[in-house]
Design a protein around this ligand. Structure first.
Ligand code: ADP
Ligand code: MG
Length: 245
């Protein structure tokens, strides 16, 4: 297994040198699409440079690596996966006719689903790209699920139970997922297991195409996260910023 463990960052006492330069790295040095950088500056002026987890995770995700990112709550993990995810979908939008979304973002609750949806749609709107994201609720009527998945959208945000329901009702075909899915994100991965989504996740990961890139975001280290890692990630880079145990 190819594991890279990032050492916790030292306090920077601003005496120059490469660490200080790294601290100053801006979003456009990370290789992101300029439309995303412009969108960020319009969206929220307080977001001017990447947080430590963003600085390390974004280039690896852009390279296509599987990444496990562990960093405490509030460290900016949402943009750490959303920005490279959108960058990749910009690059191949419209290249291939699809029957299922290109990206799934799985979250442990309906509330987080709405939060991530809001964040991603505001970036898509500001970038003026023809990408579509939809949030799914597992208690939606099947006809609404069918309508939400028609198209299909590029990005689906859901709890694992929502995706499991799409599969069991035929709203999503497992063969379409195998053909289309390029990126799978498990946000708050520690909670995904403790909230009882393990069986739903297993059903989904059994369908993953080999080339699917998997990103796992978590606030803590636990046996649960290790379990998910084994279930899903092929050859992940493990980033821990700062050390959380
Ligand atoms: P986490 O998922 O790690 O708990 P979030 O992604 O929810 O953290 O981000 C926490 C807050 O930090 C959000 O309000 C977000 O807008 C803000 N934020 C994210 N990235 C940056 C950044 N690079 N600079 C300043 N604020 C940021
Ligand atoms: Mg988060």
């Amino acid at each position: 297994e190819n594991k890279v463990k990032d050492e916790p960052e030292e306090e920077n006492d601003d005496d120059g040198g490469s660490e200080a330069e790294d601290e100053e790295k801006s979003f456009d040095e990370l290789g992101l699409d300029p439309r995303l950088i412009r969108a960020l500056s319009k969206k929220d002026i307080s977001i001017s440079k990447p947080t430590p987890i963003q600085r390390v995770a974004i280039p690896l995700i852009l390279e296509g690596k599987d990444v496990v990112a562990r960093a405490k709550t509030g460290s900016g993990k949402t943009l750490a996966y959303l920005l490279p995810l959108l960058h990749k979908l910009f690059a191949d939008s419209g290249l291939k006719q699809k029957n299922a979304p290109s990206a799934f973002i799985l979250v442990p609750s309906g509330e987080l689903c709405q939060q991530v949806y809001k964040e991603i749609s505001s970036l898509i709107d500001l970038c003026k790209v023809p990408l579509k994201a939809v949030p799914l609720r597992s208690n939606m009527p099947i006809s609404d699920m069918r309508a939400a998945l028609s198209g299909p959208p590029d990005i689906l945000i859901s709890t694992p139970a929502g995706v499991a329901k799409c599969l069991s009702t035929g709203v999503l075909q497992s063969t379409s997922i195998a053909d289309s899915l390029e990126i799978l994100v498990l946000d708050e991965a520690d909670l995904l297991l403790s909230f009882g989504f393990e069986e739903d996740l297993k059903a989904l990961t059994a369908l993953l195409p080999r080339r699917c890139q998997c990103l796992l975001m978590s606030a803590t280290s636990s046996d649960d996260v290790d379990k998910l890692k084994k279930l899903i990630l092929h050859n992940p880079y493990i980033l821990t910023l700062p050390e959380v145990d």
